[in-house]
Design a binder for this molecule. Sequence first.
Ligand code: COA
Ligand code: ZN
Length: 309
Amino acid sequence: MTRIYFNEVVTRDGFQSEPAFIPTDAKVALIDELSDCGYAKVEVTSFTSPRAIPMLRDADDVMQRIRRVPGVEYTVLVPNLRGAERALAARADELNLVMSTSETHNLANLRMPRETSFDGLKAVIDRVAGQVPVNVSLSTCFGCPMEGEVPQQEVLRWAVRFAELGVRGLTICDTTGMAHPAQVARMCEALQRRFGDLQLTLHFHNTRGMGLANVLAAVQQGVTRFDGSLGGLGGCPYAPGATGNICSEDAIHMLDAMGYDTGMDLDRLLAVARRLPEIVGHAVPGQLAKAGRIAELHPAPAHLREACA
Ligand code: COA
Ligand code: ZN
């Protein structure tokens, strides 16, 4: 049975664009619950400028207070050297560096040209070499909401540059849900061919309803690692029209039903997902928490039960 690994990003990608501040206690409690659900990684928070992402201004506190469950990696998003120093002090298990493959989105999100980002991230990789593994998340790999198409060659060019710096993993992000399954299949095929020895993760948003179809297209190309967000929350505040990530429990349920081994405790995860609307103060897009698992059957109407008795 093929093993598929899930990374939970709800407290980072999910929370970063929520309008009302989620208290530190609630973040820590949620992460502690998610830690018992079978994830390979939890992306706890980001060490970004508190002015850029006010929701995650409590990143240092959250990292200090969460319970570390053996076997789960606690990763954090890092945009620059300053963030890397904070992440090291917080004993992050992995640094997830971020830049965009689209110049315009990089300028909007990180306020610098891509080359400046690359130089800064290279300095981070040199700084942490041998201390902690590094993953690089490349944003807008399947299209930029401002520039449009991002050629596959451009994505591969940045991936090669980071692979040459010795990173452990690459995450290929569809930041605003522009990917479609045929494009995903082509991209994954090219990535697997060139970077088969790296941890390759796919990060999809369900902005146009293609999220799970894209997961399936990637799985069929042999990709085994995915980011997902509880309840389907999420979105980059610096990408126009961005909406939620693929919903973790919906994706895991689909793959479980198909016979893949996700290593997840889906019942436990669903119980956590059903508390999410209360934490964020509004309904969330995820469907499984509303519908229940395929295996959760309903009683037949009373008149039919009598007729059958
Ligand atoms: N942690 C905390 N504070 C930081 C920081 C970090 N990693 N990096 C920069 N800052 C602070 C600086 O100290 C400075 O504060 P001050 O104005 O009080 O002196 C302020 O942020 C601006 O710093 P500067 O170096 O001029 O950066 P910038 O304004 O060009 O912003 C980023 C660059 C990358 C720090 C900022 O755009 C950012 O954090 N973006 C996050 C984007 C993100 O997470 N998007 C969603 C996920 S993809
Ligand atoms: Zn995202």
